[in-house]
Design a protein around this ligand. Structure first.
Ligand SMILES: Nc1ncnc2c1ncn2[C@@H]1O[C@H](COP(=O)(O)OP(=O)(O)OP(=O)(O)O)[C@@H](O)[C@H]1O
Ligand SMILES: [Mg+2]
Length: 472
């Protein structure tokens, strides 16, 4: 049986369209059809029986199977079922001998993408194969996009398509599955804790607990007994013995938040655990061994803390084997529309002027501040649209710089704002399937203004541009 792939007959520059598997016991039909598709730069495999077909589908990554229904031995329906069971990515086109609709419907129900009645009209078959290839490509592309989104939002629980955030995700993926201590550095509200969780979730100990402690919220003595545990009677109030968080996190991850706030005496004790993996509970002489992955976070510049003598240099090098910087929101303005939509939630829209005001903020409190502003606006909004007047009036005191009259705006600022406006209008047009009346209402502007803006930003007017691609 010929299993030759047409590829070898092609010049290197010819596009190999897709891999076909042709399954039919009729060798004359097979040869003719295979030759026809190879001429069109397809890579064609052939099989005369169902068993052969399944073996080939397993071996090669087939895009489209052309499958005869009536074959001796295993018939086409059985082959189709087996293919679907093995989660094959191949699209299957059935060749049906009888013209009854029942057979065809049965094939589609079992997962075939299309069917053709015999005798086969070659041009029709070519068209159907092309369509199936395209459907397969779309399905794969869809799956790829979905998996990226899922990975970002589920595994990382983080939104961000901007370059700086993609870099953060890349580092998480690389550093997560190691046992290296990591120092997460970033301003307040940038998502340091989320990054710590993402690192743990992608780590080799993801099935073990991640335990968090915040050095800024506990007194020195409390922090010590929380971290290292204590024996009964170690201090007033220690009525029972208690294991410390290092012991609780044993085998997993300990996330030490605001490490820059840790007192000097505790720094020494922490250094010892990191150096030889052993600790003593407060009031105990017994050494206990722990094996914990350490992730620290800080909003301070730790190098400067070291230089100015507030943080031990030796400890700094222990916890800062790798630094992961989480960028402030103002350095990833491109994420703003996504974040706003995410926090607003399904069924909520944001008017253009509100979006412009949000984009003009410098957000010293970063994502948390943005989240709070949106939550507040949602309470005040009465039509599922967040308008400018629903945003906190204090935006000005938290970094809102009212845009100067147009002629005073710097060229750079103007173009940034303009890109943002363009992106936002396109996203609203998409959400409304290109319907301009609805989009204008959502944007809080007149239809005439919308037309003017579409023209100014060279945004397509035709609503077909905004219809979602067909789903397969
Ligand atoms: N990329 C993001 N996508 C979605 N939500 C985010 C993102 N980053 C942060 N958040 C949300 O913003 C809030 C603040 O995040 P987080 O607590 O991780 O910040 P932080 O840097 O630890 O802040 P702080 O320094 O104040 O402790 C959280 O509610 C978090 O869920
Ligand atoms: Mg935090």
């Amino acid at each position: 049986m010929s299993t030759s792939c047409g590829k070898t007959k092609l010049n290197a520059s010819d596009p190999v369209l897709a891999k076909l598997l042709l399954v039919d016991d009729d060798s004359i039909f097979r040869n003719l059809t295979a030759r026809n598709f190879r001429r069109r730069a397809y890579c064609v495999y052939e099989a005369a029986t169902g068993i052969e077909a399944l073996a080939m589908a397993e071996k090669h990554e087939i895009d489209v199977v052309i499958l005869d229904v009536s074959m001796p031995g295993m018939n086409g329906f059985e082959v189709l079922l087996r293919l679907k069971e093995t989660n094959s990515d191949a699209e299957v086109i059935m060749l049906t001998g009888d013209t009854t609709a029942k057979t065809a419907v049965g094939a589609i129900k079992l997962g075939a993408i299309d069917y053709i009645n015999k005798p086969v009209e070659m041009n029709e078959l070519v068209l159907v194969v092309e369509k199936a290839c395209e459907a397969g490509r779309l399905r794969k592309e869809n799956r790829r996009l979905k998996s990226i989104l899922k990975r970002n939002t589920q595994e990382f629980s983080m939104i961000g398509k901007s370059k700086p955030m993609q870099e953060v995700f890349r580092l998480i993926e690389r550093a997560g599955p190691t046992d290296t201590p990591i120092l997460i550095q970033g301003e307040s509200g940038t998502g340091k804790e989320l990054v710590a969780r993402a690192l743990h979730n992608t780590s080799l100990v993801a099935d073990k607990p991640i335990v968090t402690i915040n050095c800024a919220t506990l007194s020195e003595s409390l922090l010590e007994s929380e971290l290292f545990g204590h024996e009964k009677g170690a201090f007033t109030g220690a009525i029972t013995a208690k294991e410390g968080l290092f012991e609780v996190a044993d085998g997993g991850t300990l996330f030490i938040d605001e490490i820059g706030e840790m007192a000097g005496s505790l720094q020494a004790k922490l250094l010892r655990v990191l150096q030889d993996g052993s600790l003593r509970r407060v009031g105990s002489v017994k050494e206990r061994n722990v094996n914990v992955r350490i992730i620290c976070a800080t909003n301070r510049n730790m190098r400067q803390e070291v230089t100015e003598g507030r943080f031990r240099e030796d400890l700094f090098y222990r916890i800062d084997v790798m630094t992961l910087k989480v960028p402030p929101l103002r350095e990833r303005q491109g994420d703003l529309p996504l974040l706003v939509q995410h926090f607003a939630g399904d069924g909520w829209e944001v008017s253009v002027d509100a979006m412009e005001a949000l984009a003009a903020c410098t957000w010293p409190g970063n994502i948390r501040q943005l989240m709070n502003a949106i939550e507040r606006a949602k309470i005040l909004a009465d039509d599922n649209i967040i308008h400018l007047e629903n945003l906190p009036p204090t935006l000005s005191s938290i970094g809102f710089e009212p845009p100067p009259p147009n002629n005073q705006l710097s060229v750079d600022g103007q173009s940034k704002l303009s890109t943002l406006q363009r992106d936002y209008i396109i996203s609203i047009m998409r959400q409304n399937g290109g319907n301009k009346a609805r989009s204008a209402r959502v944007l809080g502007i007149s239809r005439r203004t919308l037309y003017r803006l579409l023209e100014r930003h060279a945004i397509p007017l035709n609503d077909r541009e905004y219809q979602p691609a067909e789903q397969y």
